[in-house]
Design a protein around this ligand. Structure first.
Ligand SMILES: Nc1ncnc2c1ncn2[C@@H]1O[C@H](COP(=O)(O)OP(=O)(O)OP(=O)(O)O)[C@@H](O)[C@H]1O
Length: 756
């Protein structure tokens, strides 16, 4: 009796699952294409067309990733030899829960925020493709050995975690003027990284330093530099210190801290970054300032073209955000800079995501550097709350509405919002303006003046929102930023760390909210793995999103008008500049002819290639094989298994081999069978038979965001409650239309083994 009942129940669930699969599949086929933000254009109807500016294709790896909710996992269970019915039951359970928890069904107007259950480190490690890879272990051992040879051992005291407790700045035996400046700036105790690195830096050790964002690395390198500069020989002015930074804004910021710290000294600093007057910088450099803070490109320009300027006297070189400068297409510039400085210099590298890869570091000709990794376990502080908002593939176009909902209702001030492209940031800036939200933008399409003005407006709280690209992701220190929103999730975890690090700085707390789409799960997974704290899942009620979608629709014509006007203005400005240039060429013809020819470090094409190289390398997520510019100049032939992890590559290769063997065996069996048959006399084609149906069409993958975000994968048997928290997470759709959209019409028509 019990057995019969159980069977009936199973049958019922099974048919329910199939029905759900059908509904989901049908909805899936209605899904619109995912919109990719890029350059904004307008069509004849005033609708916006986005062109992907970066040319990046997010979906490269999707085929290789286990992304599906239910379906893929069901298939996996099949491979494992699990019971078919159980698979369907589990899948049905997912879908059922999703219907219950759909964001559309949220009763109030309030967002729903729940804690995503955290996976144990063991579970996450087990999932990792390469964690149990024997070859990796050997590689790790070899790498560790190489590192032990390359780095000098850190002094014992450096390992103490509570190093700050009794330390004060006076313990470093700093000179009075600098202690006075520190006290003037309001600092009483050094931060852990300052405690550890300042004494070593004062002893002129080479350093590779990694410490959390906002932990005071700038002071950690500036204080000992200024202290040492106080004792410089003063007979001939020489530029002894060079600080390299990746962005102009970071240069401006670092320069301002250096000036404050040197306030009571006679130490001079010069700022050499792009976008500011080369002439003024040239004049300053001629005075041989004690220290120069520079971006690599502008510095090269000065080395080559500013008379009398050289790096011959450099005694201390600092590379801030060193992993960025090492990876981001700066390779050739960095080479030239390193070659121009004396080998005897002291070198210090700083970053929150500092690489300790020997291949990257050897080119800097470091002298047995000491590696200081403070809080190595996580580059993000525990004072940061991480939230994720799921964006389903078919709801990508609702992102502007979701963002406006978030910024109008929840996070209303001191918010930095990151976009993948300049155009997307600007488009949103227009929408924010039309909505009456006070915003400023910061990206590479602005002039340097506009960039600095935007920063100032945001700093002075004249703007509540700063809409920016990754230009602002590193190093910027704006006190009081409460929230960081990743409108587009970055492609690498290190960028995620730096973006989130714009908040929760210097012992303050902060929130990072990320819109996570189907292609962003790799970074989400890494964030979950790296986080020692709870991660929240935010759901914006469907009706709220719909309301803002209507608003966005209504604003489109006005936004189009604004963009159109801006375009015209830009064209006018371009024309004016051309006219001015021609006038100058006529007026100063002699002068121009007699000027020494400027030498450029890279041609525009080479710069582009270099940039692309940087992008690719950056996206490799802390890099693996060092690429050369040549790799970019000559198109790389991609192998069949390129880009796959070793584990996946081996799986694929094994599968292919199995396939080949099977095919060979089938052919052999067929020909043996054929050979044993008596020979035919004639063959009559049977036109009445229908052609065999092909079921080999491409298979669309399904989402498993819920399981990723909740930390529970598809084989829900591990959940003791049996409720399957993954299904719960999945149900809380950001847009609240979960039940409608997972379709399986196409799927249903196929046999289960053919689905695979
Ligand atoms: N000893 C200190 N005591 C209190 N606050 C400090 C101290 N040192 C630095 N700060 C403050 O901490 C904040 C972050 O410092 P800083 O910009 O140097 O961080 P960072 O580690 O370089 O961050 P990022 O990795 O994002 O570049 C600044 O606002 C700075 O004023």
């Amino acid at each position: 009796m019990i057995e019969r009942k159980r069977k009936e129940l199973k049958e019922k669930k099974k048919s329910g699952a199939k029905k759900a699969v059908e509904v989901a599949k049908a909805a899936d086929e209605e899904e619109p294409e995912v919109e990719d933000m890029g350059d904004v254009h307008m069509d004849a109807n005033g609708n916006f067309i986005f062109e992907n500016e970066s040319g990046d294709d997010d979906d490269d790896d999707d085929d290789d990733m286990d992304l599906d909710i239910g379906i893929k996992e069901t298939d996996q269970d099949d491979e494992d030899g699990a019971d078919d019915n159980d698979d369907d039951e589990e899948y049905a359970k997912d879908l059922d829960t999703m219907e219950e928890d759909s964001a559309d069904e949220l009763s109030g107007e309030e967002d729903q925020v729940t804690v995503a259950p955290k996976k144990s480190q063991q579970e996450l490690d087990d999932e990792s493709d390469e964690s149990d890879d024997e070859t990796n272990k050997i590689e790790d051992i070899v790498n560790e050995k190489r590192k032990a040879e390359f780095f000098a051992p850190a002094p014992e005291m450096q390992e103490k975690e509570d190093a700050t407790s009794t330390e004060t700045f006076t313990n470093f035996r700093l000179s009075r003027p600098i202690l006075k400046a520190i006290s003037d700036m309001g600092y009483t105790k050094p931060t852990p990284i300052q405690t550890r690195s300042i004494p070593l830096s004062l002893q002129a050790h080479d350093l590779c330093v990694s410490a959390q964002t906002g932990s005071g690395k700038t002071l950690a390198f500036l204080v000992p530099i200024i202290e040492r500069l106080l004792f410089r020989p003063k007979d001939t002015p020489t530029t002894r210190v060079l600080i390299l930074v990746p962005t102009r804004e970071l240069g401006v910021q670092c320069h301002s801290v250096a000036l404050k710290l040197s306030k009571f000294t006679d130490i001079s600093w010069s700022l050499c970054v792009g976008g500011l007057s080369t002439k003024v910088q040239e004049l300053e450099l001629r005075q041989r300032p004690d220290g120069v803070i520079a971006t690599p490109g502008r510095l090269i320009d000065h080395i080559r073209n500013s008379q009398g300027f050289s790096l011959d006297g450099i005694e201390i070189l600092v590379i801030d955000e060193a992993d960025r400068i090492l990876e981001d297409g700066f390779a050739d510039e960095l080479d030239e800079i390193i070659k121009s400085t004396p080998k005897s210099r002291q070198s210090m590298l700083f970053s929150a995501t500092m690489t300790d890869k020997i291949e990257d570091l050897t080119k800097l000709s470091l002298n047995r550097p000491i590696r200081l990794f403070v809080n190595k376990a996580t580059a993000l502080t525990s004072r940061l709350t991480q939230e994720f908002v799921r964006v389903r593939a078919h709801k990508e176009e609702s992102k502007p509405a979701m963002l406006l909902a978030l910024c109008s209702r929840t996070y209303k001030e001191e918010v930095v919002i990151f976009f993948r492209s300049k155009a997307a940031a600007h488009y949103m800036m227009v929408l924010f303006g039309l909505c009456g939200l006070k915003a400023a933008e910061l990206h590479g399409n602005l002039t340097q003046l506009q960039r600095l003005e935007s920063l100032e407006a945001f700093r002075d709280q004249k703007a509540n929102f700063l809409l920016c690209t990754d230009l602002a992701s590193r190093g910027l220190d704006i006190p009081g930023i409460k929230t960081v929103i990743n409108y587009d999730m970055p492609k690498s975890y290190s960028t995620y760390v730096h973006r989130c690090g714009r908040t929760a700085r210097a012992n303050q707390s902060g929130i990072a909210v990320s819109f996570v789409g189907e292609s962003d799960r790799a970074v989400l997974k890494m964030a979950m793995k790296a986080s020692t704290d709870e991660i929240q899942h935010r759901v914006i009620p469907g009706k709220v999103v719909t309301r803002f979608e209507v608003k966005v629709e209504e604003m489109k014509p006005a936004a189009a008008e604004v963009l159109q006007e801006e375009k015209k203005e830009k064209e006018m400005r371009g024309l004016e500049m051309k006219v001015k240039k021609m006038e100058n060429m006529v007026e100063f013809a002699d002068d121009i002819k007699n000027r020494p020819k400027k030498s450029w470090f890279q041609t525009t094409a080479e710069k582009e290639a270099s940039k692309q190289l940087g992008k690719d390398k950056h996206n490799e997520d802390m890099g693996s094989k060092p690429l050369t510019l040549e790799d970019v100049r000559t198109p790389i032939k991609r192998g069949k298994f390129d880009g796959l992890s070793r584990h996946k590559r081996r799986m694929r290769m094994a599968k292919e081999e199995d396939k080949k063997e099977m095919a060979a065996a089938t052919v052999a069996a067929r020909s043996a069978k054929k050979a044993s048959r008596p020979g035919r006399i004639t063959t009559i084609p049977d036109s009445s038979k229908p052609a065999a149906k092909s079921n080999s069409g491409p298979q669309k993958k399904k989402s498993s965001f819920a399981s990723e975000a909740s930390g529970v994968r598809g084989k829900k048997k591990s959940s003791p409650s049996g409720s399957g928290s993954s299904s719960k997470m999945g149900a809380k759709s950001g847009s609240g239309v979960a039940k409608k959209k997972i379709s399986n019409k196409k799927f249903k028509s196929l046999g289960k083994h053919k689905r695979r």
